[in-house]
Design a protein around this ligand. Structure first.
Ligand SMILES: [Zn+2]
Length: 422
């Protein structure tokens, strides 16, 4: 009896083990089959060449490809038709595959380009602001919106007027770093403008406190508050600006770090105005490297590499690039680290040349003083009147440089963009 019960137990164990093995085998086989089925559900690239880009985009909507569209002129392929696709049709595709599509702009309509005055070799205004004071124009003792004689500080009222004026004149903002790199992305027929603010005055971005989530609350009558209202009013204005600051940052110790982070996270730029607003004409080369390198280090400690490697020269000094300190502003060493300045801004009086002009020198860019003087001495009115003769007017295509054939000799021939002459 005892023996047979033992044998039965052994048998039961054998059956159990066998069942387990069978279960495992079924599971493995099932998994292989399922996997095979998934593998069989391959997604293949469509052919979009020859299709209208609007339809092609709709057809591609169901896949999550990273699509990059560029446009080029073509004599044989009509406007908006896809010329080429970087992934051949029938190729297996996966989420986030990169697909480059080239779309035709059709034949160049030289008459239209000429009559619209498209000119990407025209001039670009880089406006220089300092402070924005929340008062009206009637409350100042000076002309127009100037709060001081030279208009270094302008009234909030006049700053709003300036922004309205630039927009109505067909100017659209671009980042200074995009301008220096020739990435001027403004619509057809529109012109680029760049806004700069020096010195980190608290009224550039005045913080009233923090909200429940700890985000800064920006005074709506400070420069950034006003810029943000224009962002809402004119979404196609492409609102941006660059702020050049010193060791005092935005003069709001409680909020400085939050402000600088907010700016770069919201489409603005922050650049270098030296550690102590130093006059490069009066200091040694060692001090030059210290006051430039210190600020880069400081910005890096707050926002990592999100700052702009651009210096606005305090007092616009030195006045020429032959000065012994100049090369040390452009490159140097501080705290055991080397720095390379991409561009430098002086104080000027008239707009700069196009970044595609062979005379373009990003290390010594002129700025226009944003101030009022009854249309004289290069005030805002005079600068924009003069610009009517030679302003940069975009062809709306970042890949091409369009200008009249009379400007051909001005073009920097190291460009990799397609040149369109009319
Ligand atoms: Zn300054």
């Amino acid at each position: 009896m005892k023996r047979s019960s033992k044998r039965r137990k052994v048998n039961l164990l054998k059956v159990l083990i066998a069942t387990l093995i069978i279960l495992v085998i079924i599971l493995v086989v099932y998994k292989i089959i399922i996997k095979k089925e998934v593998k069989e559900e391959k997604i293949l690239m469509l052919n979009i060449v020859g299709e209208d880009i609007t339809k092609a985009k709709k057809d591609l909507d169901k896949y999550s490809l990273d699509i990059n569209i560029t446009y080029e002129y073509s004599d044989d392929i009509s406007k908006d038709i896809v010329i080429s696709q970087s992934i051949a049709s029938g190729t297996e595709i996966h989420d986030h595959d990169k697909l480059d599509i080239v779309v035709s702009l059709g034949k160049i309509d030289k008459e239209k380009l000429a009559s619209d005055g498209i000119n990407e070799l025209g001039k670009v205004p880089i406006m220089m602001y300092h402070g924005i004071k929340n008062i009206s124009n009637s409350e100042t003792d000076y002309i127009g919106g100037n709060v001081d004689k030279d208009g270094y500080t302008r009234t909030a009222e006049s700053f709003k007027e300036d922004l309205e004026f630039y927009y109505q004149k067909g100017y659209r903002m671009v980042k200074l770093s995009d301008y220096i790199n020739g990435n001027i992305d403004v619509p057809y027929g529109k012109s680029p403008i760049i806004l700069t603010f020096d010195d980190g005055n608290a009224n550039n971005i005045l913080v009233k406190g923090l909200d429940e989530e700890g985000n800064i609350i920006i005074d709506e009558n400070s420069a950034v508050g006003i810029l943000e209202s224009f962002k809402k009013k004119y979404p196609d204005y492409n609102v941006t600006a660059i702020f050049f600051i010193t060791n005092n940052l935005f003069n709001q110790p409680e909020y400085n770090d939050k402000i600088i982070n907010w700016l770069v996270d919201n489409g603005y730029e922050v650049g270098n105005h030296t550690k102590g607003h130093n006059n490069f004409s009066n200091i040694s080369t060692e001090e030059t490297e210290e006051v430039v390198g210190y600020m880069y280090d400081k910005l890096e400690s707050i926002i990592g590499n999100k700052y702009s490697k651009i210096v606005a020269l305090p007092f616009g000094s030195p006045y020429n690039k032959t000065h012994a300190n100049y090369s040390h502003i452009i490159s140097g060493t501080y705290n055991g680290k080397t720095y390379q300045t991409e561009a430098a801004l002086r104080v000027g009086w008239e707009p700069e040349v196009s970044p595609f002009d062979k005379n373009f020198d990003k290390t010594f860019l002129k700025r226009c003083r944003a101030y009022d003087n009854n249309g004289k001495d290069f005030d805002i009115e005079m600068v924009f009147n003069n610009l009517e003769k030679n302003r940069y007017i975009s062809d709306g295509n970042i890949e091409t440089i369009t200008t009249s054939i009379t400007n051909q000799s001005l073009i920097n021939d190291s460009t990799d963009k397609q040149i369109v002459l009319y």
